[in-house]
Every structure is written in C-alpha cells, then in structure tokens.
Design a protein around this ligand. Structure first.
Ligand SMILES: [Fe+2]
Length: 311
C-alpha cells in the first residue's frame, strides 16, 4: 500500500508547502471505518471529518515529498527523537479507547529528511537522537492525523517526538524549546531538496468527559466541556483567521494552562516557527467537539495564489 520507493530529486531547493493543524481523536478514524481499523461504527463527527476530507483534497493538489508530524503522543523525556528506519508495520491500539482504535498500519518514513532534521536540531544545541528500534510502535496521534490527511498513505512521514520539558520546567520553557526546534527544522528543510507539509497534531481545549455513552458515535451526547473552553477556542480561531499567529503563540502558555490544551506538547509553537510565523490568514476547515475537547482543522498556505478562504 505504501510507496516505499525513493522519491525523484527536485531541481529546486527545499520548501514548506503547507502547515496543518490536524487533531487526532481516534473517534474520527473509528467513524470513517477504514479497512485498517478493526472496530466498526455507524459514523459520527461529520463536521470534523468533512473538514478533514476537504483539506486532504487540497493536499492532493500540492506537490510534496513528505508529511512531517509533531505528535504529543510520542513523548520523550531526554531530548527530541526522530525515526531512523524506513518502514514500520504493526498494530496501534489507543490506550484510552481500545474499543475505537485498533489500527493496522504499514507506513514508510523519509529517513533522509528525518536525519536532516535531527542533524539541524543537534547543530542548534538541542539534545536529540534517532530512534532505530524496529519494534518501536508508532503512536496513534501520528497515525490518526496522517490517515485523515492522506488516506492513500502514498507519502512517507517524518514523526517528531514531543520532549516533555513542561514536566521538568514549565509551559513557557516548553513553548520556547519547541520554537527553537521549529527554527532548526525550517533551516534543515529549506536547505534540503524536499518539499514538505508540516502537521501539528493536537486538539485546542482538551478537558474531556470521563465516561463514554453506550454508543460512542451517539452525536446527541457530543458538546464542548464548558463555555470557557469554547470562548478560548473561538478566540484562537479568530486570531488564526486574522493571521495573528505571533499573538496566538504568545497566548499559548495561558491558553494551555486554562483549557488543559494539548498545545502543551509544543506542536503549534514548533509549526508556526517552522512556517516563519505566518502573518496571513489560516484556512479554517472545521471545528467540532469530541468527548468535550475542542478540535479545529486548519491550514496555512504560504502561497497567496493557492490560499483559500474555506470557512
Ligand atoms: Fe491526544
């Protein structure tokens, strides 16, 4: 299923062709009923899934070599890790929702690009290593976002671990470290011959219910956890629409603390720095609650000629 052949070299230098916020509740894969996932559903979360489908359709029109995915669910405590082997095949089971997500994956990694990101990170003075354990299990955050953005799995991926400096230090330290990582990754990509789509996979507000309805896809049970989180999410989306990403990143520590947001991973700070801190409007593809969390699908297209006002 995967295209594991080496990609032909490009004449041009490296380029970041898009950046995407791609949330990873396993519910969206469960609701989609792909052949790789064993549990079966009657659907659900259409607003989010249709938004994802529209963004995936746009990505099909872009010429790119790899999806570079920063994931909160590959958590490392000593530095940032990158995958160093070309092929991984196994089953990913969500530890919280094994009833929804048992996904048989078979995926390719762009090791050349992965190593280039690793080397640039090291050169910038950060602790890093290549993960070269063939039994390493790919996290569900990477799989859900990669699947929803590219159901054909015909592009290699480059997952990046989330160093949990928040737990040793603070959200502020984590944010700054992620930004430094973003600058290193930007440099490495621009100096490579790769065209890349960046993926920051996370929800916005992340307080969630602790019980599940008898039918998980019962849409009558889905709503945001509380009004405060809703207002925070909408504020962030408004700033994204206005192209005020520096303000969003400056708000990250407060937003993360107040809404228990998954942005504590540093992923959006990483992506915005890697994109060169966009001052142009985001493309908003959809927003929906999943078990109380707030989820937006959004993209940043650096090319004004292909950038769209989606919603
Ligand atoms: Fe998550």
């Amino acid at each position: 299923m995967m295209n594991k052949l080496p990609l032909p070299p490009h004449d041009s230098m490296g380029e970041i062709v898009a950046g995407c916020i791609a949330p990873h509740p396993p519910h969206v894969v469960y609701a989609d009923n792909p052949p790789q996932n064993e549990p079966h559903s009657e659907g659900g979360w259409e607003t989010l899934r249709w938004g994802y489908a529209k963004l995936a359709k746009k990505l099909k029109t872009l010429d790119y070599d790899a999806l570079v995915i920063f994931t909160p669910h590959w958590q490392t405590y000593i530095g940032t890790h990158f995958l160093g082997l070309p092929h991984f095949k196994s089953k990913s089971v969500d530890p919280v929702f094994p009833n929804l997500f048992q996904f048989n994956y078979d995926l390719g990694v762009d090791v050349e690009l992965s190593r280039a990101l690793h080397d640039a990170t090291k050169e910038a003075g950060m602790v890093t290593m290549m993960m070269e354990n063939q039994d390493f299990r790919i996290d569900y955050g990477t799989i859900v976002s990669a699947h929803m953005l590219n159901r054909d799995w015909d592009k290699p991926i480059v997952p990046i671990s989330s160093n949990r400096s928040r737990h040793y230090y603070s959200v502020e330290v984590m944010n700054e470290q992620a930004r430094a990582l973003g600058r290193a990754c930007r440099k490495a990509i621009l100096e490579s011959d790769k065209r890349v789509v960046l993926v920051s996979t996370h929800s916005l507000s992340h307080r969630h219910f602790t019980t599940e309805p008898p039918i998980p896809e019962d849409m009558s049970k889905q709503h945001i956890y509380n009004h405060s989180n809703y207002v925070w999410d909408m504020k962030l989306i408004e700033l994204m629409r206005e192209g005020k990403m520096r303000e969003v990143i400056d708000l990250m520590p407060e937003f993360t603390e107040q809404t228990m947001a998954e942005t504590d991973s540093g992923s959006i700070s990483w992506m915005m720095e890697a994109l060169g801190m966009p001052d142009y409007p985001a493309e908003i593809y959809g927003y929906q609650s999943v078990i109380g969390t707030g989820n937006v699908v959004a993209a940043w297209d650096p090319n004004p000629e292909t950038r769209e006002v989606v919603l």
